[in-house]
Design a protein around this ligand. Structure first.
Ligand SMILES: Nc1ncnc2c1ncn2[C@@H]1O[C@H](COP(=O)(O)OP(=O)(O)OP(=O)(O)O)[C@@H](O)[C@H]1O
Ligand SMILES: O=P(O)(O)OC[C@H]1O[C@H](OP(=O)(O)OP(=O)(O)O)[C@H](O)[C@@H]1O
Ligand SMILES: [Mg+2]
Length: 281
């Protein structure tokens, strides 16, 4: 039976369970449930702290797990990313009080607070900066105001929390994070893992694409297909009116209106957009 770790709390939890549900797996209805056996799919889900998931997966107790790329790298566990999942996107960045530092080199001999001590120590080490790394559990932004640290390294999404704390980012992002599926480094091939990955890939594609159908004059089909090249090759079907063809292609959801405008300008008509519920490509 496949054993899968799922975040039990925090930013990753609801979105991870939602993705697994869309992929056809059972998920818990009570947030206090610790584990759930999905007999129909022969999978057992364990709801664990996101920070611990890389440790379980890296030690081989669980086959795969969903966690954040930043947490995975911070853990130092022998686990690696199998698939980026496209949610809980954030950057991991240094910040300091406005006007007090311009690059991490300014942290020499200073104190940097973070919940990701592994990542930060390694990064400062690479830069050759010698600073004291103070490990905190959360609300790291407040540590500067209270005088515990001179700078921080933390997750930044909108930047609202930093601004509220009177801090500004400095330097390039240490990394760009999102939720990922992780497994133990060097784990042997496992068809059950491959099936889970295919299912999740199906959800990711279904979320990113729509199906676009339209009719276009036969002599314009090459130009139309240039606008909607699809993932591989669009379907072109004859219409009763010999001068026209019907085209069906996958289009990125975010580009739907731009593509419809271009098709309309070309002379396509009857343009229909349909959501994709699930897919295997
Ligand atoms: N505001 C945010 N936007 C996007 N991703 C975030 C945000 N805050 C945390 N994350 C991501 O969530 C993961 C951390 O999850 P975790 O549950 O440990 O922290 P959390 O969501 O901050 O929850 P809490 O701090 O309440 O325990 C990391 O991968 C991190 O990049
Ligand atoms: O850039 P923003 O959109 O403001 O988001 C980033 C903030 O969100 C998370 O905090 P969370 O609410 O999880 O609290 P925590 O610091 O206690 O983890 C993260 O640690 C940052 O503080
Ligand atoms: Mg947090």
């Amino acid at each position: 039976m496949l054993k899968v770790a799922v975040p039990n709390k925090g930013s990753l939890s609801a979105a991870a369970s939602e993705m697994l549900k869309e992929a056809g797996y059972a998920q818990r209805s009570d947030p206090r449930e610790l584990a759930l056996h999905d007999a129909a799919n022969d999978v057992e889900f364990f709801f664990l702290r996101p920070r611990d998931i890389a440790v379980y997966v890296g030690s081989g107790q669980l086959d795969v797990g969903i966690t954040g790329r930043d947490l995975l790298l911070d853990s130092g566990a022998p686990a690696e990313e199998v698939l980026p999942l496209g949610f809980a996107r954030s950057t991991f960045r240094y910040a300091a009080r406005v006007g007090t530092a311009t690059s991490p080199a300014d942290f020499e001999g200073k104190r940097v607070a973070t919940s990701y001590a592994g990542l930060v120590s390694a990064h400062l080490g690479e830069l050759g900066v010698s600073a004291e790394v103070i490990r905190l559990d959360g609300a790291v932004e407040t540590s500067v105001r209270l005088g515990l640290a001179d700078a921080i390294a933390d997750v930044v999404e909108t930047g609202t929390t930093l601004r509220q704390a009177g801090l500004e980012v400095l330097g390039e992002p240490i990394l760009r994070s999102e939720a990922v599926l992780a497994r133990r480094v060097g784990a042997p091939g496992n068809p059950a893992v491959d099936q889970l990955v295919r299912r999740i890939q199906g959800v990711i594609i279904a979320r990113q694409y729509v199906l676009m159908d339209y009719d276009v004059r036969a002599e314009l089909v090459a130009e139309a297909v240039g606008i909607t090249p699809g993932l591989e090759s669009p379907t072109v079907s004859p219409l009763h009116d010999k001068g026209w063809v019907a085209v069906r292609a996958m289009v990125k959801s975010a580009e739907t209106n731009r593509v419809m405008d271009e098709l309309w300008e070309l002379g396509a008509r009857g343009i229909l957009v349909t959501g994709i519920h699930a897919c295997r490509l």
